[in-house]
Design a protein around this ligand. Sequence first.
Ligand code: IMP
Ligand code: MG
Length: 179
Amino acid sequence: MHKDCERIMLTEEQLRSRVKEVALVVDEDYKDKSPLVVGILKGSIIFYADFIRFLSMPVELDFMAVSSYGSGAVSSGNLKIKKDLDKDVKGRDVIIVEDIIDSGFTLACLKRMLEERGAASVKIVTLLDKAERREYDIKSDYNCFIIENEFVVGYGLDYNEQYRHLPYIGILKRSVYEK
Ligand code: IMP
Ligand code: MG
C-alpha cells in the first residue's frame, strides 16, 4: 500500500467484480440502443476503461473535462467546461461516467447541460457515492459503491493530481492534506 494511504477501502478484486456486475446491468438496459458514453476527465478514466469493456452494444466514446465553481444554482452556467465533447448529443442516449458523486453539484449541472443540448436521455454511472454528503437533488442511476465520508484516492481519483494510478481505492491520510 502507498505510504500516504491510511488503509485500503476497496481492493482491486472488489473493484473488478463490482464494476463488472454494474456494467452488465447497463449492458442489458441499453441492449437495443447505441449510447454515447461520456467520461468525465480525469477522475473517471480507469473506471471508464474497465466499464466500457463489458458493453456489447455499439457505443461511441467521448470525454468532457469540467470544473465547478463550487456551489450555487444548478445551472450549466455554473460549470466551467475545460474540454467539451466532440460529438453532438442531440437525440442521443447519453451515459455519463463519473468517478464520484459528492454534493452532487457537478453531475446535476452536467445532466442539465446535456439535456438542454437535446440529448434523448441522460443517465449517470458512478463508481462511488458519498450519499450522506448530497446537497443537490440528483441521483446516480448506476452506482458501484456507497462509501463513508472519507477522502479517497486511486483508481483514477486524485489529491493534487497525485495517486490516480493506484490500482485500489485508498483512504488518504489526513496528515497529507492537513499539513
Ligand atoms: P460534487 O460536485 O460535490 O458532487 O463533487 C464531485 C467531485 O469532487 C468529483 O468529481 C471529484 O473530483 C471530487 N471529489 C469528491 N470527493 C472526493 C474524494 O474523496 N477523492 C477525490 N476526489 C473527490
Ligand atoms: Mg472529478
